[in-house]
Design a protein around this ligand. Structure first.
Ligand code: SF4
Length: 292
């Protein structure tokens, strides 16, 4: 597998506004379950990824995804019929996607929903090769190739042109795909006691308005899950909840500032320096630095 990522970040940015992609082309909203949130290409974190983010003080970088169930097992939570496992709401944990001033594919800069860890100026990942680099990102688009489904690289090629996917042979050393029953407790989690969720949490999730405490409830269950089961370890859950709720990393602060600036500032990718670097975000080398 070989990809050309320079000046792209198509898998880390919701770039569709740059190419007039129709809403019906949204591959995440075609199946029997529809995400409640409107994030594009949410990165599903494994349980170990979630624990690594918590240990690194980055609990405020994560956010849950639940699905409205069009068919299949479901449960009513706060008036919404959501997809369920063993009668418990199913969810992913992903990374937050604030609006950032980015200019992929040589386009003019725009405010586009972008991964919390994407450096808007270099369009490179701030945690690449670190111990919190998500498994899904490390293997993208290998899973898609192995499953024979479209990759974001190909969607970008089709809409924007150029060649992104240079060799479509999936790598041999992919981790297990973690779909189906073996994903439970590893990548898809089950919320054990939804009656105890804060009032209005699903409405806030749908509106992109979750609080730190809301997100922490889901992050804690994911961190305290166990492979192949919907069981949750209570003490680990308590500790993880407090760690996630109290996290005050550069990510959480930057997400708040990006939201404020997107309403009033011109989309200048150089703003990453004051909004993220100045708060302690890991710097990224430019593409030139890698070429040398
Ligand atoms: S963690 Fe890095 S590679 Fe993964 S979506 Fe975010 S910016 Fe992209």
């Amino acid at each position: 597998m070989e990809v050309d990522c320079e000046n792209c970040a198509g898998c880390c940015v919701d770039w569709r506004a740059l190419a007039d992609v129709p809403e019906r082309a949204n591959h995440e909203r075609r199946g029997p379950q529809e995400p409640l949130d409107d994030a594009y290409n949410l990165v599903p974190l494994t349980r170990e990824d979630v624990r690594a983010f918590l240990d690194a003080g980055l609990g405020d970088a994560m956010t849950p995804r639940l699905w409205t169930a069009r068919e299949g097992p479901s449960v009513d939570v706060q008036g919404r019929e959501v997809a369920a496992i063993e009668g418990k709401p199913a969810f992913f944990v992903g990374l937050r996607k604030p609006p950032k001033p980015v200019a992929p594919f040589g386009a003019d800069p725009h405010w586009l929903p972008s991964c919390a860890f994407l450096d808007p100026e270099t369009l490179k990942c701030r945690i690449h090769d670190s111990n919190v680099y998500p498994e899904e990102c490390a293997e993208y688009p290998g899973h898609n190739l192995a499953l024979g489904v479209a990759t974001e690289c190909e969607r970008v090629e089709a809409r924007v042109g150029g060649e992104r996917l240079l060799d479509d042979e999936p790598p041999e050393d992919l981790s297990s795909l973690l779909f189906g029953p073996q994903a439970v407790g590893e990548k898809v989690f089950a919320y054990p006691d939804p009656g105890g969720l804060p009032d209005g949490v699903l409405d806030r999730l749908a509106a992109g308005d979750l609080t730190d405490r809301d997100r922490a409830h889901f992050v804690a269950v994911a961190a305290a899950s166990a492979p192949g089961t919907t069981a949750v370890e209570p003490e680990r859950r308590r500790n993880a909840f407090e760690t996630a709720r109290d996290a005050e990393s550069w990510v959480g602060e930057a997400v708040r500032e990006w939201a404020r600036r997107a309403d009033r500032d011109e989309p200048d990718p150089g703003l990453g320096e004051v909004v993220e670097d100045a708060r302690g975000a890991p710097e990224t080398p430019g593409w030139d630095a890698l070429d040398n």
